[in-house]
Design a protein around this ligand. Structure first.
Ligand code: FPP
Length: 241
């Protein structure tokens, strides 16, 4: 079972268009699916789920859709907070949270703080997140520390860089799922996914539920993860003479 699953929840707009519905209705149905998938992850023993809810590039969408998404996010949090607490879910947010609208940021940060003691499951919401922006910000932090004399440039390795990313302290994703049949990572957890297995589900996100998650996990279990080694090494077989 993967310790950490990341999901790029794609296809809400196309799901809605195929039914003659407004795009926001697709997001609303997608949001309902998210809670079904969270429950399934907890039941299946997955420790961490990171979902791409709003990318740093999504601000380019029509203003009505952007504000609708944040209103939906705020409503979702209010509607599901007690359920998340009951299931001992720790909530984390990655991305540039400071630039989110006040009405969404306040309750979100309160929920993050209130759930900090929970350890049954971690839900990481990527909001106003972009992997390139995250990497640039980490580089900036490191440069400031070097200039201030708290760090020497030659001390910087992956472990040090990783500890300045938004995801510091979290395990890397083992499995990245993208829905709607698209084969792209779209600036999601690029550094952390270096050794992640990728599963592309053909369904649009509002049609993705427990059976589709289980299919993704079956696919994951069929892969041989080699982390740069040979298949023989991974399987523990003696090296060829
Ligand atoms: C991608 O579908 C989906 C999103 C950009 C938003 C995902 C958000 C939710 C599921 C709801 C939770 C929302 C928040 C803010 C917490 P798309 O619109 O790109 O679909 P398309 O490619 O078919 O147009």
């Amino acid at each position: 079972m993967p310790r950490h699953v990341g999901i790029i929840m794609d296809g809400n707009g196309r799901w809605a268009a195929a039914r003659g519905l407004p795009r926001l209705e697709g997001h609303r149905r997608g949001a309902e699916r998210l809670f079904e998938v969270i429950d399934a992850c907890i039941d299946l023993g997955i420790g961490t789920l990171t979902v791409f809810a709003f990318s740093a590039e999504n601000w380019k969408r029509p203003q009505e859709e952007v504000s609708g998404l944040f209103k939906l996010g705020e409503w979702l949090l209010r509607a599901h907070l007690s359920r998340l607490h009951r299931r001992k879910v720790r909530l984390r947010v990655i991305g540039d949270v400071a630039s989110l609208p006040d009405f969404a940021r306040g309750p979100l940060l309160e929920a993050v703080e209130a759930s900090a003691g929970h350890d049954a499951f971690t839900l990481v919401v990527a909001l106003n997140y972009g992997a390139r922006q995250e990497a640039a910000q980490a580089a900036r932090k490191l440069a400031e520390e070097v200039v201030a004399g708290r760090l020497r440039a030659e001390q910087i390795d992956w472990t040090v860089l990783e500890s300045r990313l938004d995801t510091a302290g979290q395990p890397d994703p083992d499995l990245i799922i993208r829905t709607s049949g698209e084969f792209r990572l779209s600036n999601f957890l690029l550094l952390q996914s270096a050794y992640a297995e990728i599963h592309i589900a053909k369904e649009y996100w509002p049609d993705f539920g427990r059976p589709q998650l289980e299919a993704a996990l079956d696919d994951y279990r069929s892969r041989e993860r080699r982390f740069g080694m040979t298949g023989q090494q991974v399987q523990g077989a003696p090296p060829a003479p």
